[in-house]
Structure formats: C-alpha cells, structure tokens
Design a protein around this ligand. Structure first.
Ligand code: HEC
Length: 104
C-alpha cells in the first residue's frame, strides 16, 4: 500500500512539473513571437491594432480565456482573421498553456 502511495505522489509531482515546464517554454515562445502585437501580458499593442485596422481582444479577457488550448493552438498554427499563422512557434500547445496562465 505504502509503495502505491509513493508511486502516486511521484507521478503527481511529475505531472505538475511537466505542466510548469510547458507554460515556461510557452512564455519564451510568447515573448519571441507574440509579445510585439499582444503585449507583455496579453494587452493588445494599440499601434498594431490601428495599423491592422482591427479590434484586438485582450488575451486576458474572458472571450479568449474561454477558448480551449486546442482553439488557441489553432489560431497560432493557422492564423485567424488578420493574424497570420505564426510558423516560428514549435509547440503551440505550450504557448496556449501560457496564454491561459495570463488570466487575471
Ligand atoms: C503581427 C501581429 C501579431 C502577432 C505576432 C500575433 N498576433 Fe495574435 N492576433 C493579432 C491580431 C491583429 C488578431 C485579431 C485578428 C482578427 O480578429 O482579425 C489576433 C488574434 C489572436 C487571438 C484570437 C483572439 C480572438 O479575437 O478571437 C489569439 C488567441 C491570438 N491572437 C494569440 C496569439 C499568439 C499566442 C501569438 C504568438 C504565437 C500571436 N497571437 C501572435 C496579431 C498578432
């Protein structure tokens, strides 16, 4: 019994560490590939919105936060409206996890 408990605790710790690593890798990719348009914390860069003549949603807003990781990953890999696909991002899932961590 004790052994099972130890194993369970260990796998739980591994899962938590894995999740943290994802969002951390996602932050690095976000800072490189998204920050210039979406701001350091998800607040849209007004100059970009003006230049592209589009209303950009705050990534912290409930509209974006209610999107699933998969939906956000699709926006990154396929683009959406005036946003072109961001091909430099290796793991869109990591970035999606990071976007969800921006929640207020
Ligand atoms: C060149 C500027 C630019 C870059 C770089 C960029 N975006 Fe965008 N993004 C936009 C614009 C503009 C829109 C709004 C598109 C529209 O509504 O036509 C948008 C929309 C979005 C949306 C959808 C919000 C909605 O309106 O439903 C998400 C999510 C998003 N971006 C995430 C990201 C992530 C994550 C990255 C980095 C991997 C990124 N974007 C990189 C300009 C950019």
């Amino acid at each position: 019994m004790r052994m099972y408990l130890t194993m369970f605790t260990l796998s739980l710790a591994a899962a938590v560490a894995m999740y943290a690593a994802d969002a951390k890798a996602g932050k690095a990719a976000y800072d490189t590939s998204c920050k210039s348009c979406h701001g350091p914390d998800g607040t849209p860069n007004p100059a970009v919105a003006k230049m592209m003549k589009v209303e950009m949603k705050d990534l912290k807003s409930s509209d974006v936060q209610s999107m699933s990781d998969a939906d956000i990953a699709t926006v990154i890999t396929k683009g959406k409206g005036k946003m072109k696909a961001i091909t430099a991002v290796k793991s869109a899932d990591d970035v999606a996890a990071y976007v969800h961590s921006l929640k207020k």
